[in-house]
Structures are given as structure tokens and as C-alpha cells.
Design a protein around this ligand. Structure first.
Ligand SMILES: Cc1cc2nc3c(=O)[nH]c(=O)nc-3n(C[C@H](O)[C@H](O)[C@H](O)COP(=O)(O)O)c2cc1C
Length: 116
């Protein structure tokens, strides 16, 4: 892909035990071979990304824990987007995909990238 400008996307993960991070890192690595470049961040690093300003596609990989709750590092992010005072079209501009990493997940990377 020499000389071809890679298509950027934002890749976020929320993990308790590391599986979602591993999956996100695999997506980022393989995306690179398919002409994409991922900016990858943990959902706990809220200052590193801004969904309000994001214009490129977003992929979120997140697990569930407890009784269906988000992993602890993603709790602040989830509280923030669930704030009932936010306008109903908040984040309506986003093109995003959400991957739930529960017991086992097979990442069909080509399907994900085709959707970007
Ligand atoms: C204490 C605990 C609670 C869990 N609760 C749920 C759950 O409510 N729903 C679910 O689908 N998976 C649940 N799981 C499975 C996790 O989502 C799964 O292990 C996942 O791969 C963890 O990903 P992570 O390493 O990115 O946190 C739970 C796992 C643990 C250890």
C-alpha cells in the first residue's frame, strides 16, 4: 500500500481482563494491512479522544462484567454518554460499530473494515 493514504478510524476499547484490548489491538494491526490506520485508546482515557468532534468511523470493543455492567475502566465513559441532559442528537453524527466481547468472539475483520 506504498504511497496510498490510509483511511483513519478511531478504535476504542473497554476492558476488565484484557480481552477487549487484545481484540482491539488485533483489529488495529490487521487494519494496517488493509489500508486503514487506527487511533486506538482505552475508554478510560477520556482526554485522548472526542466523540463530539469525531468525523471518522469509530469502532468500540467493550466487554460486560458483573451483571451486564460495563467494565470499571469504561464506567465514566458510559455515565457520560448516558447523561439524560444531553440533547437527543448528541453523537448522531457518528458512524460507529460496537463489538461486545463476552464469552468468546471471532473477529471477522474483513466485515468490519468493509463497513467503514
Ligand atoms: C465477574 C464477571 C462477570 C461477567 N459478567 C458478564 C455478563 O454479565 N455478561 C456477559 O456477556 N459476559 C460476562 N462476563 C464475561 C466477560 O464479558 C468475558 O470474560 C470477556 O471476555 C471479558 O472481556 P475483557 O477481558 O475485555 O474484560 C463476565 C465475566 C466476569 C469475570
Amino acid at each position: 500500500m506504498c504511497g496510498v493514504r490510509k483511511k483513519r478510524f478511531l478504535l476504542l476499547y473497554g476492558t476488565q481482563k484484557g480481552q477487549s484490548k487484545d481484540i482491539a489491538e488485533e483489529i488495529a494491526q490487521q487494519a494496517d494491512h488493509h489500508g486503514f490506520v487506527a487511533d486506538i485508546f482505552s475508554l478510560q482515557d477520556l482526554e485522548q479522544f472526542s466523540l463530539e468532534d469525531e468525523r471518522d468511523p469509530v469502532i468500540i470493543v467493550i466487554s460486560t462484567t458483573g451483571t451486564g455492567e460495563p467494565p470499571e475502566p469504561a464506567a465514566k465513559f458510559v455515565r457520560r454518554i448516558q447523561n439524560k441532559e444531553l440533547p437527543s442528537d448528541y453523537l448522531a453524527h457518528l458512524r460507529y460499530g460496537l463489538l461486545g466481547a463476552c464469552l468468546r468472539i471471532n473477529v471477522r475483520l474483513t466485515s468490519i473494515l468493509a463497513a467503514l
